[in-house]
Every structure is written in C-alpha cells, then in structure tokens.
Design a protein. Sequence first.
Length: 360
Amino acid sequence: MRNTTRPGGGSGNSRNGTTGKTVLTDVGAVDLAVPRDRNGSFEPQIVRKGQTRLEGYCDRIIALYARGMTTRDIRAHLREMYDVDVSPDLISRVTDAVLEELAEWQSRPLDRVYPVVFTGALMVKIRDGVVANRPVYLAIGIDCDGAKQVLGLWAGPSTGESAKFWLTVLSELKSRGVADVCIVCCDGLTGLPDAITVTWPQAVVQLCVVHLIRASLRYASRKYWVPLARDLRPVYTAADETAAAAALDAFAAAWEGRYPAIVRLWRAHWAEFTPFLAFPPEVRRVIYTTNLIESMNARLRKVTRNRGQFPSEQAALKVLYLAVRNLEEFRGPNVGTRSSGWKQALQAFTIYFDGRIPTP
C-alpha cells in the first residue's frame, strides 16, 4: 500500500514553496510566484526558467527603436507606460536580434530583370574615432509586376558619395542575381553613368529631371526662378528629342546672356537627360525623376534626426533597416506597392526593350 503520509506521497520529492520573479510584459511588470520542489526538477511551461520577458515585449522595444527613438527615450517611455526600468544593455541586446535578419535581407537573391532601378544616398553622422558624415547608399527597384523593392542599404566611407563605391554596390546587385536593368534613374553624380554601363552594358541611364532643374536654379537669383522654370518646362515636356533641342535653343536665346552656366549645364547632361523622351507619358511619369528615392530618404531622415550620431556603421544600418521594414509600402523583403499605371508602362517597356522583359 502506497504511503501517503510522507511528503511527496512517497515519491522522494515534494513541494518546497515558491520563488518570486518579475516578468516584463506588454501590460507592464508582473510579479509571479513560481512553484519549486525539493529536487529542483519542476519545469515551468508558460514562463520558462530564466525568462524575464514575455513574447511581444521585445517587439514593442524594436518598434520604438524603428521609429527613431533613442535608448534614453525608450527607457523613459517604458518607465512611463509600464512603470518598469530597463537597462541600456537590455535595449541593445533586444535590437541586436535584428542583425541576423539584416544580414539575410542584405544578401537575399534578387530578380533577374528589373525594368527600372533608382539610386540615391543620404548622409548620416557615424562615430568612427571621430564623428563624420558618411553616405548611406540606397537602391530601389521596380520589378516586372510593378512592385517597388528596396534592394539594399550600404554605408560608404567618409569621403562622400562616389561613383567608385557605386560600382561596388551595383556589382553586388549583379552578383545577387540582377542580370539586366532596362533603365537606371540617378542624379548628376560625376562618373555614375559610367559605373552603371560597366555593370549593365545595355542599361539606359536617365538623369533625374528634377535634380537638373534644381541645379539650374542654383545659378540664378531667386527673383528669376519662376520665369526660368516656366521657360525650361517646354524642354522636358517636349514630344521628342528634336522638339526638346528646339526648346532648349529658344531657352538659350532668352537666357544665355544672363545665365550661360545653366545652358552649359543642360547641354553637358543632354545625353543622360533625353532617354525618357522616347517613351509615352505613362513611362515618363515613372522614370523622369528620382522622387521615389527622395521620398524614402525623407522618411529615413526622420528616424536619424533624433539621434544626432550613431556609435558605429552597424548601428546606423540597423536603425535604417528597421525604418525600411516599418514602412507599409516597403514591408517585407520582396513586397511593395504597385506603381500607378504600371500595366501601360510595362507594355511600352516590352516593346522598347524587345526580348529583355521576361514573359509570365
């Protein structure tokens, strides 16, 4: 007969009180009384041994970090909302969990063909011995379904944006599977068109028209901006290259005497400016400007502005990646919003770049 008078019912083990434990949850700090036994064999199933945070709490910290909050801001927010103090080391450990995800995202395979790729860079302050402005290079592609994809983020040296580093970036994209790009839209960085054609010899380089207009107005007094912009409009809205050349001649006749540098600027970049004139309006709207990059950079600056500077390149890329992931239209590595009017644009791409756009 089993002896039930002994502790543990004769099993050789018995309860041994409880151990106090505080767990961080989405609703704040929760005090638990965890049962224990004399043999130390009890294994909690819901809150495991050594676990101090329940699922969801780390996600909350990462979400705050992705919105540009500093470690100090996150600590203050958690203290105010949940009445709990967390250490800076804890926040660093939680956010460092995305580094593996970032590395996987940076090296993921890409589509073989992108009809359009946009390039650009933003400056970020990174401390590497001394604080320096360093460019973070950004590439966004529009795939054959019209979805916008952030292809990657790369931190460059403190010497500023350069065509040499862009060649490294473009070569990496090619090694990740991008065999062909129909049109690459870029700003007027010297040497960048050569880096593009070295990587993808058949690619058409399209200079951002908005950048060209801004560069033109930089030479002029503000009181002449409106008439200058008005007289430049017939150049970039012309029906074809011949009409655009005639419009530029008319502009030169009116303004070259006062602003010869503007006319010289347009003539110097004519080869990179004119490609989009060969396309119908639905394609022109997609490729005439790098505003897609500018819009993304503006959103990324929101999360870097509060920080002032980053302690390392890795810390900067971590925050920028989380910001990219956090944006609804770029959420997920291979999902983005569709470009407006893409079906009509795709037809024009298929005809103009015969045999280069893959068929479904």
